[in-house]
Design a binder for this molecule. Structure first.
Ligand code: ADP
Length: 269
């Protein structure tokens, strides 16, 4: 059984105007980025994965459970969704209370919830801000609080909607390390993003949506080698992949680390 099974799913907000068309894929652990132009259906797809919306045809199974037969609340222990805008998610006036809210809501004791919240705040390096009001923090830190408030639930599936927006260099590095750590712990991390450099550095698999259809689905290196198909959807490979081409490199390099290693070995030759 797959952790997520999306079987021939279509969806429309308005009858006759499909937003997703016959989308099929399955996911287990690891990291996957969903990319595509604005309006291609990415947010709708993750809302369907969280059972906030239901397919009009086809089925989605989360751990074998059909989303048509469950609710977002019932999936809270399995699927965590971090919204793009933390202001849509944060409503407590103390960071610790915010991060404890999810665990308490699924029935954990005060002590257990506090322990999980502290662990999650350590992961995002904000434990020293636990007594502060989230709205006194920077937007970048507030985003990390909203990530911590999902991590504290320890769900098997973590969905991040545009996590690198409003993050500076350090914030982005933090998010990369969170993704790596979650993957190492056997979780499935899904992100929606426009940040191709982030995808190249962190994500093993890439799903490309174009006008509600699944255009590409495969390992990041394979997807980013299909430049013509990507351009047809107004997307470009990560900057490093483009830069490596200018050096005459034949394959696709996905991260600065890979580029440096390639450059060093080329200099030695
Ligand atoms: P993306 O996340 O890739 O930008 P969305 O899933 O947000 O794409 O949107 C896909 C399409 O669905 C767009 O044409 C958008 O205008 C439309 N759409 C999104 N949300 C709603 C809604 N609540 N009601 C009606 N149409 C919507």
């Amino acid at each position: 059984m797959n952790l997520i099974e999306v079987d021939n799913v279509s969806f429309a907000y308005t009858e006759g105007i499909p937003v997703l068309k016959n989308v099929t894929f399955s996911l287990n652990n690891g990291s996957v980025a969903i990319i595509g132009q604005n309006g291609s259906g990415k947010t709708t797809l993750v809302k369907l994965l969280k059972a906030l919306l239901k397919p009009i045809s086809g089925d989605i199974f989360i751990n074998g459970i059909n989303t048509k037969e469950t609710t977002a609340a019932k999936l809270a222990r399995t699927v965590g969704l971090v919204f793009q805008n933390p202001n849509d998610q944060i409503f407590k006036n103390k960071v610790l209370d915010e991060v404890m809210f999810g665990p308490l809501n699924i029935g954990q004791s005060m002590e257990e919830a506090r322990e999980n919240a502290i662990k999650a705040l350590e992961t995002v390096s904000l434990v020293d801000k636990k007594e502060e009001n989230p709205y006194d923090l920077s937007l970048s830190e507030r985003k990390l609080v909203s990530i911590a408030s999902i991590l504290s639930m320890d769900t098997d599936i973590v969905i991040l909607d545009e996590p690198t927006i409003a993050q500076d260099y350090l914030g982005k590095a933090k998010i990369r390390s969170i993704v790596h750590e979650l993957v190492q712990r056997g979780k499935l991390v899904i992100t929606i993003t426009h940040d191709m450099d982030f995808v190249g550095e962190c994500f093993q698999r890439v799903i490309v949506l174009s006008e509600g259809q699944l255009l590409l689905d495969g390992p990041a290196r394979e997807v980013f080698s299909k430049e013509d198909v990507l351009r047809s959807a107004n997307l470009e490979p990560p900057y490093v992949a483009q830069l490596s081409k200018t050096t005459g490199y034949q394959g696709v390099l996905l991260s600065v680390e890979e580029f440096v290693a390639y450059y060093r070995s080329a200099m030695e030759d």
